[in-house]
Design a protein around this ligand. Sequence first.
Ligand code: SF4
Length: 371
Amino acid sequence: GQCAAVCPTAAISIRSNVSVVWDAIEDKNIRVVAQVAPAVRIAVGDHFQIPKGENSFAKLVEALRIMGFDQIYDTNFAADLTVMEESAEFAARLEKGEKLPLFTSCCPGWVKYCENKYPEFAENISTCRSPQGMFSAVIKEYYKESDEKEGKKTVVVSIMPCTAKKGEILRKDNFTDGRQDTDYVLTTTEVIRMIKQMGIQFDKISGESADMPFALASGGGAIFGTTGGVTEAVLRRLSPNKDYQTLRDISFTGVRGEEGIKETVVDYQGREVKIAVVNGLANAGKLLDRIKAGEVTYDFVEVMACKRGCIMGGGQPGPAGPRTKQRRMEGIYKVDKSSNIKSSDENPAVVALYQDFLKGKEHRLLHRNLK
Ligand code: SF4
């Protein structure tokens, strides 16, 4: 349109999904289900006089309920599913010595970058869908029968810190039997706009909990929101020991912190496993060049496109100076600290899902369909 002539960023302008979501909420034949990503909760309060980095998950759940969402679930739960699948995939690749290093796949900005700029590494990317992708597939499957019985349609709205997530949901390799699982992505800033449109006094509401059976999450799921979190969660999962000291030792392996490229070596079943944790795409490019040149080798590489990870995603409210960035990172680790469950495999809701509902469907619902 008119903007294109003057605005160089028009080509990458992001479509807002606010009005379509309101329409879905108003339609009584639609079951509107929300999932809320790990990094949203520590930034959504920014525009409502909530201290920076404070966990506003409960308030957000209540706000979504007031808006008219039918079910509200926690994406941290699905991050636990991702850890389960990705750990298994990593262990299998280590055993076979195949397609190493394993690259994480939960950041669509990174996945696209790798596919476009370093296609020779495409097979290294984990086949796991992101937590968003896994969760929406599970939710659609979960409501399939009720939808048929009640003559309803389930629409999944995911609330994400990320604009690239809007693109991820359209990828055919993320579909289940040809079906797009996530219907709409709202960024944190879009959900803030909806809270304001609804006239909710966000700082005054007391908050409530998300809905079972997808409300329980481990601290490992929570830390997906910041750089190093996926790696730490995978290490917790793969550790035979989950006592306090062991988990503390894992947190000190060097996976935490804002540094662009972090490296660590851990022991896994008597072998040395080399890990790199990267944030920022320029850093990812540097690392891939070094791998290509044979200067370094790794077994596991986590990449987040945004500096510091999703806490600083393109869908988060700004501006965020150094103090806010720090508070957001602390906020994520605080969610982990206050969680009764630390490792994804100890999450009873995850265990229950694998025992029953997910049996035989793991690949169809949780992995990308690659030809
Ligand atoms: Fe999105 Fe950035 Fe998080 Fe990647 S790191 S998933 S681009 S918010």
